[in-house]
Design a protein around this ligand. Structure first.
Ligand SMILES: Nc1ncnc2c1ncn2[C@@H]1O[C@H](COP(=O)(O)OP(=O)(O)OP(=O)(O)O)[C@@H](O)[C@H]1O
Length: 305
């Protein structure tokens, strides 16, 4: 369990994090989302004792990070995948970590295997690693001590789509086995599929938190995407029922809930081939909640650069 209590961090006159409170529970993946400069990295740095808090505190399993003996055995951390010595090979970096934590040398091969770094790759120096390879090595390093808590800052950065999917599976499995995961991102779609809970931060302050369902609950106007064998009949049935309908791809976008759309289709015995909340509900929420912290202006259609 990670507990962040009324955390504030100031750099001179500038408040990077202001009165932030949240918890990350075992068995759950918590996504920490916010635009560039929102305060995610600062919060995580305080968590692991790299930056002192101005006020408030963070505990992990009830302890301050600095008081945890052999912390790598309890808390796996990936803050900056390039922070390791650039002249060392990937294997050397893991071997050093294993030694520091008092782990058997065999653990290094297990971790290299887990993150799919080949023998050739693990023998290269870090300075010659691609960004994605650095991230894989960073994840291996975080998992080395078999910790029960993972704190990962933008771990998907630089991973290709297959790598992102792989990481999602890894984090889900880890949480299913009882682990606590906090992962940050400035990209909603990177965390949306893996996070059980989401904390949204903008300009150093929490602007919303909860499960995806909780965040979207009570939000009207999300709309529905629907397709049917007979789209034309469905369109006129929905319009007759008083709903606003527009063409969207091979189906329709309807200003109504999926249940209302499904009901009209059922009444008219129209066969549906797809029925779901229109995409962008959560993305729009994210953009709206952090609108005053975005560098680009937001329109109802999304981001206008
Ligand atoms: N050492 C520092 N001195 C002064 N300001 C700092 C320092 N570290 C961070 N900041 C500022 O604090 C704010 C929050 O930065 P932080 O790195 O925590 O954001 P972030 O949410 O991780 O952003 P990103 O998604 O771009 O990584 C930024 O305005 C940043 O410039």
């Amino acid at each position: 369990m990670i507990r962040v209590s009324s955390l504030t961090k100031q750099y001179g006159d500038f408040t990077a994090v202001k009165d932030v409170t949240f918890t990350c529970r075992p068995g759950r993946v918590t996504g920490f989302l916010g635009p560039n400069g929102a305060g995610k990295t600062t919060t995580m740095r305080v968590m692991v004792g790299l930056t002192p808090a101005t006020a408030g505190e963070v505990t992990i399993g009830g302890h301050h990070y600095r008081d945890i003996p052999n912390p790598g055995r309890h808390v796996g951390v990936l803050l900056d995948a390039s922070a390791q010595h650039a002249g060392r090979t990937g294997r050397e970096i893991l071997a050093l970590g294993a030694k520091q934590m008092g782990l058997p040398a065999g653990r290094v091969d297990e971790m290299l295997d887990l993150v799919s770094l080949s023998d050739t790759e693990s023998s290269r120096r870090l300075r010659n690693y691609s960004l994605g390879m650095r991230q894989r090595l960073g994840i291996a390093h975080a998992l080395l001590g078999d910790p029960s808590v993972l704190i990962l800052d933008e771990p998907a950065n630089g991973l290709d789509p297959a790598g992102i999917r792989w990481m999602r599976g890894l984090l889900k499995d880890y949480a299913d086995r009882g682990g606590t995961v906090l992962l940050s991102s400035h990209l909603l779609n990177e965390v949306e599929l893996v996070a059980d809970e989401m904390i949204l931060i903008g300009r150093g302050q929490i602007v919303a938190s909860g499960t995806k369902q909780e965040l979207l609950a009570g939000r009207s106007g999300g709309g529905t995407h629907v397709t049917a064998l007979d789209v034309a009949s469905l369109s006129s049935a929905l319009e007759s029922a008083g709903y606003t309908v527009s063409a969207a791809g091979d189906g329709l976008r309807v200003e109504a809930d999926p249940v209302q759309v499904g009901q009209v289709a059922a009444d008219k015995q129209i066969v549906l081939t797809d029925l779901r909340p229109a995409e962008g509900g959560l993305e729009n929420l994210f953009l709206e909640l952090t609108a005053d912290t975005q560098r680009e202006s937001i329109t109802s259609e999304g981001v206008a650069v």
